[in-house]
Design a protein around this ligand. Structure first.
Ligand SMILES: NC(=O)C1=CN([C@@H]2O[C@H](COP(=O)(O)OP(=O)(O)OC[C@H]3O[C@@H](n4cnc5c(N)ncnc54)[C@H](OP(=O)(O)O)[C@@H]3O)[C@@H](O)[C@H]2O)C=CC1
Ligand SMILES: O=C(O)[C@@H]1CCC=N1
Length: 272
């Protein structure tokens, strides 16, 4: 039996905030106040006995003292939103930000220069507790605050910690956005299957099963991805012909490298 999670203030209950909140509730969250002005995701939690949804920070119940304030709004909204949460900065509260790009220093400018801030980057498989989050603790974060953030993030998947905050930008590009690249792969594979005469329903089933089956095999295996790829590729067979197209110098390796570099650069632009 694990300890219930202490009270959390969630700022922004959209796709990621909502996924994380449902994971915390499964883990036995003691109490949450959610600030969400318009998002439909918050409505799903409105009837939960431990959750209180409010539209503005002014409506947070007096006396509510969260152990963590989780910032799950868009980075572009941070400058306007953060000062309203400065009153929670203090030894009993850690700020856990999942905002892309926004630095610990920029968050501290909003909530208080001495605030304890953990910056993290989860991803949407958090919705089925298969997320992957990389986290970095800012200055002054105590061991207990780091452990609390670790527990909140572990409720929705695997967690890794890094010491260098700059790594969060390429992490955002790789694992934060990564599910989108896999879904794009499924989209274009399905279209290519239909182009070859496979009925759309069958193409959809085949591609979903292939992408998720390959992902599960990768997760279950100790082999390198390249080794698993080679195991599919019979010499002079069909896969070899496809890979000659996909692995050409200007194809997937170069495209992925450019895509990750572009997303990393965008994360840096969002630093604040
Ligand atoms: N989606 C993803 O895969 C990932 C996203 N992230 C990060 O998570 C954060 C949220 O992303 P995501 O969940 O996709 O975005 P969403 O737009 O789904 O969620 C953000 C929510 O915050 C609401 N909101 C806007 N302003 C405020 C405010 N001042 N106070 C409280 N709530 C507010 C939004 O309402 P409204 O829509 O009406 O403005 C929306 O419901 C971003 O910073 C993003 O970088 C991190 C990892 C992965
Ligand atoms: O696209 C974005 O900016 C966010 C961060 C990673 C995934 N979604």
């Amino acid at each position: 039996m694990t300890e219930p999670l202490p009270p959390v203030l969630l700022v922004g209950c959209g796709k990621m905030g909502g996924a994380m909140l449902s994971g915390w509730l499964e883990r036995g969250l003691s109490r949450a106040v959610v600030v969400e002005p318009h998002g439909p995701a918050a409505a799903a939690f409105a009837g939960d006995p431990v959750v209180r949804v409010v539209a503005t920070p002014e409506a947070i119940p007096a006396g509510f003292t969260p152990a963590a304030v989780v910032l799950a709004i868009k980075p572009q909204e941070a400058d306007a939103a953060l000062p309203a949460y400065a009153r929670f900065a203090g030894p009993d509260t850690v700020f856990l930000s999942i905002m892309a790009g926004r630095t610990v220093a920029a968050i501290r400018r909003g909530v208080g220069e001495d605030a304890a801030v953990v910056r993290a980057m989860p991803n949407t498989p958090a919705a089925i507790r298969r997320g992957f989050t990389v986290a970095c603790a800012g200055p002054g974060v105590t061991a207990a605050q780091r452990a609390l953030c670790g527990a909140l993030l572990a409720a929705v998947g695997e967690v890794a910690w890094v010491g260098k905050e700059e790594l969060l930008d390429p992490v955002t590009a790789v694992s934060g956005g990564g599910p989108a690249y896999v879904f794009l792969l499924a989209e274009v594979m399905e279209a290519a299957a239909v182009e070859q005469g496979i009925p759309r329903d069958l193409a959809r089933r085949m591609v979903r099963a292939t992408v998720s089956g390959a992902g599960a095999l990768l997760a279950a295996s100790d082999e390198e991805a390249a080794e698993l790829r080679r195991a599919v590729t019979s010499p002079k067979g069909t896969t070899e012909r496809a890979l000659a197209v996909l692995m050409a110098p200007d194809a997937w390796p170069a495209l992925m490298s450019r895509a990750i570099a572009a997303a990393t650069a965008r994360a840096r632009e969002l630093a604040g």
